[in-house]
Design a protein around this ligand. Sequence first.
Ligand SMILES: [Zn+2]
Ligand SMILES: [Zn+2]
Length: 141
Amino acid sequence: MTKKPTAARQEADLRKLLDVVRQALTIPFDTFDYDRRIFDRATHARTALTAVATETDVDLPWEINYLQRQLAAEEQTAAEREAAHCRRCHTPFDPSDPRFDGHARYKDTTWCQACIDNCHEGSAEHVCLICEPSRYGGEQQ
Ligand SMILES: [Zn+2]
Ligand SMILES: [Zn+2]
């Protein structure tokens, strides 16, 4: 027979669960694939909330742990999805696209052929994420 958690313990666990749900639903608006990600994360959060709302003697620490693992998995999948897209135009890489200005990945960069071509062919005033990352809040400041 398992010991029933104290009221104080349960309250602390509930707060923790709510905090994990809050984090699940908080991702920056400029996140790549925002709509898809918020949908996936809301689905996981709802599963946990449904268990808490409907099951008697719900195991809160288990639910918290489960939700955290689901969110970590979602994070991982989203990173893989993002890596399969050009960072400038967000078009999925298409390795079978033979065009020099197509959607295949350019060498082992995070850009597609089209964006590299557009950048290299740009006029004197041309500026983009590829040639001037710092202007776009890029990492190479
Ligand atoms: Zn591109
Ligand atoms: Zn450029």
